[in-house]
Design a protein around this ligand. Structure first.
Ligand code: ADE
Ligand code: ZN
Length: 325
């Protein structure tokens, strides 16, 4: 099965740029910026990455994000990610970038846009991997942060821009509050791909679909308890970007044994597998596919179906999609 998964051409549709940085890269940045409050030794970083709950994870993520301070840092992350994707037979990936957090870390928006263009070209030339960008608003930064995110996405629109997202906390921040910004993003031709139902139940997934026009949903596992919602997702072909290891590591689900992925598939919901923040969760896309076999009993045909679902749900061009179907 490992060889089968390794050879299977895949897409990766839920992946945060900063969260993709492997521990070595984060250690390098932490040593370069010792004021950054991130450990500079491997054992301490591993401990730092032991998340007690979801808010703790978000706090760690924010601190690591603050270490990425220049356009050159961004190009380094994109280049490292491209090599990792190529090693996992990933042909196309959509990568979430949070420009307001990057600006807060000191990166000029013009430099960020140029770094993304340069990094994407480098990855295509070196590895033949296509990248798309999803600019996500961090819910913790409220409407002003979301509006700034949209100004970046539409104003700079670096090559590869495909979508608009919403990440961060769900408790105490309602998806519906961002409806106007998502409407403006969709009017500007961006696809709507918010996180929803990662740590809360179906109501926020409904809100993502109804209020934000979600075409895919980040995580969405909270939908599993609502048969009408499952039927809606299945009927409208709205894919969930499911990240099993992430969910266990952040405490969103208690264990893989309790993970709803099999129930989502059984309900006919389109499911694509993803890693979310592989550098922080110690995972990679092949590991996510393999655990679907070992823990959920999926066979080769099931895994190939999941890979094809990803290709159908991707915002790539048609030749890229056809090569994967
Ligand atoms: N930012 C990075 N990873 C995230 C996740 N899993 N959920 C919400 N926001 C995030
Ligand atoms: Zn995510």
């Amino acid at each position: 099965m490992a060889a089968y998964v390794a050879a299977l051409p895949k897409v990766e549709l839920h992946l945060h740029l900063v969260g993709s940085a492997p521990p070595d890269a984060v250690l390098t940045l932490a040593r370069r910026h010792p004021d950054g409050d991130v450990p500079t030794e491997p054992d301490a970083l591993a401990e730092f990455y032991r998340f007690t709950d979801f808010p703790h994870f978000l706090d760690v993520y924010r601190r690591v994000n603050l270490l990425v301070r220049t356009g050159a840092d961004v190009v380094t992350l994109v280049a490292g990610l491209g090599a990792e994707l190529a090693a996992r037979t990933v042909r196309y990936a959509e990568v979430q970038v949070t420009p307001v957090r990057n600006r807060m870390a000191g990166i000029d928006p013009d430099d960020l846009a140029q770094a993304l263009v340069d990094g994407r070209e480098l990855v295509r030339a070196r590895h033949g991997v296509e990248l798309g960008w999803i600019f996500d608003a961090d819910a913790a930064l409220g409407l002003p942060g979301a509006e700034e995110t949209l100004r970046f996405a539409v104003g700079h629109r670096p090559a590869g821009t495909v979508g608009f997202g919403l990440s961060g906390a769900e408790r105490g921040v309602r998806r519906a509050d961002f409806a106007d910004v998502f409407r403006a993003a969709r009017d500007a031709g961006l696809h709507s791909v918010p996180h929803a139902g990662e740590t809360v139940g179906p109501a926020e997934v409904w809100a993502a679909v109804r209020e934000l026009g979600a075409e895919r949903v980040g995580h969405g596992i909270g939908a599993a308890t609502d048969p009408a919602l499952l039927a809606h997702l299945a009927g409208h072909g709205i894919a969930l970007e499911v990240c099993p290891t992430s969910n266990v590591r952040t405490g969103a689900t208690a264990s893989l044994a309790e993970h709803p992925l099999p129930a989502l598939l059984a309900a006919g919901v389109p499911v694509t597998l993803a890693t979310d923040d592989p550098g922080m969760f110690g995972t990679d896309l092949d590991t996510e596919y393999r655990l679907c076999h070992t823990d959920f009993g999926l066979d080769r045909a099931d895994l190939a179906d999941i890979a094809r679902t990803g290709a159908r749900a991707a915002f790539c061009d048609d030749p890229t999609r056809q090569a994967l179907l």
